[in-house]
Design a protein around this ligand. Structure first.
Ligand code: SAM
Length: 290
């Protein structure tokens, strides 16, 4: 499939910002200088150890023979997990570099499927194309998280599911950095606001380029806000939870896995959810009409 139009201002800003693939900081830390299979494996091992709960949310065993779309590819670790699980993989990213890297991974690994450049705000796939949509750390960057979730819902078949991660509005990060402003966020949330925007300094803590500039668009969602958005698009929340806790707060002595299993589940920085589209899922192994 050809690259789709990347044509809103937010899309153009994102396409430029994320051309520096997210994960580049880790690349430097790990001493990775190429995209050889050995280097990618080194990155993937680090990523999977850093997010030990990811596999439980992704449930790779359930993806075999399914048509799976990943939105927001970054370094491609999750995409490779999906392809290696035996899914019919499709990838979508607004920036060129993550798409090229993902296609290299698919080719080198001998997996079927491909990634294309385009925005999830106007996704280049027909309605009801996929059994599963996976999006880790992307939809909150699009400039329109509501529309992005709506597009995912449109592309899902009845009985399909969206497994997603967005930044959590009430985490140790927002408590530490927004303090009094968090009360305003909470009141707006109670009145039905769809998300909170934080501010430049907070956004830069999560995603910044080499010059320290924050990603052009980032919003933060609470449990309630994500649930309301899901309901607006006729999706049912079948599972939702908080994950992730800073490595810095280990203080050199506390095992990070302990922090993840305790504080991470309560005030973790990331909100994971599985949203289901009503209807009966059909058997695996149909091929997608592209
Ligand atoms: C923070 S990275 C996450 C990447 C990866 N899922 C991971 O876990 O490392 C966000 C990704 O979303 C992509 N992205 C941002 N806006 C997008 C949009 N409107 N449509 C598709 N992809 C988008 C970016 O290009 C980037 O690759």
């Amino acid at each position: 499939m050809d690259a789709a139009a990347v044509d809103t201002r937010a899309d153009r800003e994102n396409a430029a910002f994320w051309e520096m693939i997210c994960g580049s900081n880790w690349e430097t830390r790990l001493g990775i200088t190429d995209s050889s299979p050995a280097s990618l494996r080194k990155f993937d091992d680090y990523y999977r150890t850093f997010y030990p709960y990811l596999e439980d949310w992704l449930d790779p065993a359930s993806l075999a023979g399914r048509d799976v779309l990943e939105v927001g590819l970054g370094y491609g670790t999750v995409g490779q997990m999906i392809a290696a699980a035996g899914a019919n993989y499709s990838g979508l990213d607004v920036a060129r570099a993550p798409v090229d890297l993902m296609n290299r991974r698919l080719q080198t690994g001998g997996y079927s499927g491909c990634a294309v450049q385009g925005s999830v705000l106007d996704a280049p796939f027909p309605a009801e194309s996929f059994d599963v949509v996976v999006s880790i750390g992307c939809l909150h960057h699009t400039g329109d998280v509501q529309r992005a979730i709506g597009e995912a819902a449109r592309m899902l078949r009845p009985g399909g599911r969206l497994m997603m991660m967005v930044y959590h509005a009430y985490s140790y990060q927002t408590f530490a950095r927004r303090r009094a402003k968090l009360v305003g966020d909470w009141l707006r949330d109670r009145r039905g606001a769809p998300y909170s925007t934080g501010d430049e300094a907070l956004r830069a803590v999560y995603d910044a380029n080499a010059a320290g500039e924050a990603a052009p668009h980032t919003v933060f969602l609470s449990h309630k806000q994500l649930t309301r958005t899901a309901e607006r698009h006729a999706l049912t929340v079948s599972r939702i939870g908080r994950e992730n806790f800073s490595q810095r707060l280990q203080l050199g002595v506390i095992p990070r896995n302990w922090l993840l299993a305790t504080f991470g589940k309560w005030i973790g920085s990331d909100l994971y959810a599985v949203l289901e589209k009503p209807g009966r899922a059909k058997n695996a192994s149909r091929s997608r009409a592209a």
